[in-house]
Every structure is written in structure tokens, then in C-alpha cells.
Design a binder for this molecule. Sequence first.
Ligand code: ADP
Ligand code: GLC
Length: 491
Amino acid sequence: MRSSQEQRVLFITPEVFPFCKTGGLGDVSAALPAALRMLNTDVRLLLPGYPQVLAGAKYQYQVFEFKELAHFPPAVLLSARISLNKAEHIPAFIIDCPGLYRRDGGPYMDEYGRDWPDNALRFGLLAKIGAILSSDASPIAWRPHIAHCNDWQSGLTPAYLHFHSGKKAATVMTIHNLAFQGVFPPGSAVQLGLPPASFDINGVEYYGNMSFLKAGLYYADHITTVSPSYAEEIQTEPLGFGLQGLLAGRRQSITGIINGISLNEWDPATDRNVIKNYSSKKLPDKSVNKLAVQHELGLTESPGVPLLGVVSRLNHQKGTDLLIDIAPQLAALPAQLAILGNGPAELEHRLAMLALTYPGVIAVRMGFNERLSHLIEAGADCFLMPSRFEPCGLNQMYSQRYGTPPVVHATGGLKDTVVDCTPQTLANGSASGFVFAPSTADELMGAIKRAIETYHDKKTWQRLQKNGMAKDFSWNASATAYRELYLTLRG
Ligand code: ADP
Ligand code: GLC
């Protein structure tokens, strides 16, 4: 095998923890590059200069000014360092374009949940500069062998590179979620500087519009998904979201690589967001966190009633409606439910009504709250993820590591990372949660009942908790798989 010592990768992403995170992509964009750097791969991030990124990144200096980039406003390229903690740092290029990125609100939407109207331009610029830096047109000396694109926001990079005739990096397009496709009006392709010929079924055209993600999937040298099961699921209806034909046609160029988790951020023995640290050898200490969740959320402070936790974007994908449907049955079990999430007003309203109907039993906190997400992982007895589809999912892995067995629908990464509790899996030591299918309220309720029966059998429950806590969810194996993939693409 050739040495990967000199392997250089530009990791193009719209999010990175701790500065910008709306979901798992933020976590992955920090932890995977950090793990790759441990494997002697020179990974650097390319990020939009949102206010939080500009305020938090260290050692910033200007490396180039894109004064006259056709189709885009002027932008400055900064070099900086993203510190994840005292030990882990990732070099980053930040695109400072005040008119596009320096604004209040989220990375994709304003504070009212409306998409920014100039998203095509905002992420077109990210992809364009990603392509320039990955080619012999780059104004800087550091030149990557691989441009690693993540989700639709960087999907145009492989398209721009395809139409560049000089030397260029190989491209990897990672699908974190096929449901978000970056669809814009047909004229956008030419407005963003792609040749008219690219607006074709064999190109960026997608049912009459243009799609950033389709562009990436069509032009990238290789495609990855964030779990092996999801790689299969997207090649057929309904999880192909209209792209199943293209994906099935490219099946030889698709690899499913399961995400890992950051053991620095998510370790119950060291987590600074929990009230009392614990480990599999000190499991009784976990109950202090349960009382803390009950106290903070206004639930009845009873140690013996099973506490079910949810931390999630609230939407159809995550099965929020299924949770609402079973809530009255849950309350009657009895069990408590603690939900942290954010989503459309209609769902938030329905959840708020549930909390009002079942005071002390169901508690809901809206908004994005990193600290509370860790505390719920630590304090809940069981974690619910009834996602209709889940490309990978991180919380089921956090939950297992925190001794909080998850109840999950058998889909995507949930299926790949949770082992259903049965007499056989208990006997061979692999059981780590409860898996159900299909994704109906009845099946979800059935799995929760199984979980609660097991919960009341303390010895078996502890075995389940310890099995999950002992599993290796580190990035080592997956980062190695990416490094190997990069090497074959360079070849
Ligand atoms: P997705 O990326 O589809 O939202 P993942 O399971 O991959 O799902 O990752 C979700 C990440 O976002 C996890 O780190 C989870 O803890 C976090 N998260 C989701 N909702 C919230 C919230 N309301 N507050 C804090 N963290 C949240
Ligand atoms: C997406 C997916 C989620 C995955 C995350 C990180 O947001 O919905 O399943 O874990 O990306 O890859």
C-alpha cells in the first residue's frame, strides 16, 4: 500500500461543531477530519464565514482575495484554525463574503424558518471556491488530491471541476441526507457560471429544475453514504427521492461508510454537560442525571418510573407524529417522556399541547440546546428514535455509549448500529436496544413495552446497558475506510 503521508483533502462543508451545527453533519464535519488527521491525512475544511465561525476560529489571516469572480460577489479567503478541544485542531479555509454569510439567523434559513432567498448564490460560492482550490486554477500553493463534498451545499463542486480542463482533484460526494436536494429554478445553472449544456438529464437538471445534490451525484468520481444500509435503500423507491435511477446506475461507485462519534465530546465519564459523570462500572451514578432531567424539565421526580428521552429535529423523517400518537398510551404505562427539539410551528404547538395535557409526565423543550441534549442522553433510561428513514443517526450511538438503550425503527444507520434485544442476542452479549418495523405507532408502542418490561428486570437491563457502553463507536475504522477510498481514487 502506498503511504498516505502526503494525502491532502479539502473537506467542503456548510457546518462544523462547535460553531455551526443544525444536526449530525456539524458533528461529523468536526470528528471525521480530526480522526483523519490522526491517520496522517492532511485534511483542511472549507467553510462559509458565518458570524459564529468568524468569531470562533483562531489565528485568522487573509490568503487571497477573489475580487472578480464571475457570477459571484467579491470574497476573501481566510486561513484559520478550528479548535474542537484542547487537543484537537483542524486547519480551515473560511470564505468571508459579508453580503452572503454575515447575517443573523441560521445557516440555511432566517429566524422564521424561511429559506434564505439567495441560497443558490451562497452555496454556489462555497462550491465554486471549493472547485478553484481543488484545481490548477488555485491561487494558493496547498493543493488537495481529493475534494470531499458534503450534502447539497457543496454539490456543485464536482460539476465545476468536471468543466475545468486543467489538473484537478478527484471528488467524493457524501450523502448525509438525500431528502435535502438543493433544488433551484432552471436558470440558476447558467447564473452560477455552469455551461448551458450542463442543464440536461445527464447533468444538473432535475425534473425541470436544477439540483445541487444531483449535480454532485452525477459528476463526482465517487459517492458515499453514512451507513451501508442507506447506500442500498436510496437505490429504490421511496428513499431514492427521485434519484434512485441515477444512484442504481452508479452503484459500483457508491460506498456506505458508517459514521462514528467523537469520544471526546460524548463520554459519560468526562462529559462536562452532565450533573454526575459515570461509567459502566459506576452505573448507579447515572440516576443522579435522571433526577436532574426530571427536575429541570418539571417532571415528577420519581426514580422508579422509566424516563424516555428524545433529542431531535421535529419532522416527518424523525417520526415526531408517531411520538405524538402514542403519548397518551405512554402516560398510562406509566412512563415519562422528555423531548428536546425544534421544528415547524405546527409540530411544536402539538407537542406543547401534550405537555400541558400531561403535566409532570411529558415535558417538551423547544430550541437547540447542546447542554441539555447531553443531559437527556445521560439522564433518560431509554432513548426513542422512530425515524421513518435515517441515513446514519448519531443519537442512537450516543445513547448506547451513555447506557441509555435506544428504541429504533429498523432503517439505515439505526439498523446498522443497534442490535435488538432477544433471548439469543442477550445470550451472545450483542443486545443493545430495541428495533421495530414497520414504522407505525403500534410497532413503536410494542417496542417501548418490550423495553419497559426489560427495564423492570434490573439484571437484564444492566446487561443491555453494559453491552451498549462497551461497543466501539469510535471513528477509527470509518476514518480508515475513507483514507483507503481516497487512496484508490488518487490511483
Ligand atoms: P440529523 O443530522 O438528521 O438531525 P443525527 O442523529 O445525525 O440526526 O444528529 C443530530 C445531532 O443534532 C445530534 O448531535 C443531536 O444531539 C443534535 N440535536 C438535534 N436536535 C437538537 C436540539 N434541539 N438541541 C441540541 N442538539 C440537538
Ligand atoms: C444527516 C442524517 C443523519 C446523519 C447525519 C450525519 O443529517 O439525517 O442520519 O447521522 O446527517 O451524517
